[in-house]
Design a protein. Structure first.
Length: 110
């Protein structure tokens, strides 16, 4: 099994979150990326509502549901297809959705 998938599975199970259903949804409507360096679940969205899935042809944003492993390695597959990257982040008990320029975010990771 992919090491990063195993890590995600353990983390999600310890928090009583059904990762298999989440993977199934992303296989149907989004993106599942599994390489030796990264395991990630993402979907196509639009910068107006980055946490809402849309068809690829209407998207300008890659929403990252979860990423385990080397995010830079994963983003290399998508950096030229999206203007923005978005993800939800809990910080100091304040949940918020972040929306950043893809090129700027990718450059920060390098």
């Amino acid at each position: 099994m992919n090491l990063h998938l195993a890590t995600a599975l353990t983390l999600y199970e310890s928090n009583n979150i059904d990762l298999q259903s989440l993977i199934g949804w992303h296989l149907s409507y989004g993106v599942v990326l599994s390489t030796p360096k990264v395991f990630a679940l993402c979907f196509h969205s639009h910068s107006d509502e980055p946490d809402k899935a849309v068809a690829f042809e209407h998207s300008d944003t890659l929403f990252v549901t979860m990423c385990c492993g080397d995010m830079l390695s994963g983003l290399q597959f998508f950096k030229d297809d999206y203007e923005y990257i978005s993800f939800r982040r809990d910080f100091k008990e304040s949940e918020r959705t972040r929306l950043l320029g893809m090129e700027a975010f990718y450059s920060k990771l390098r």
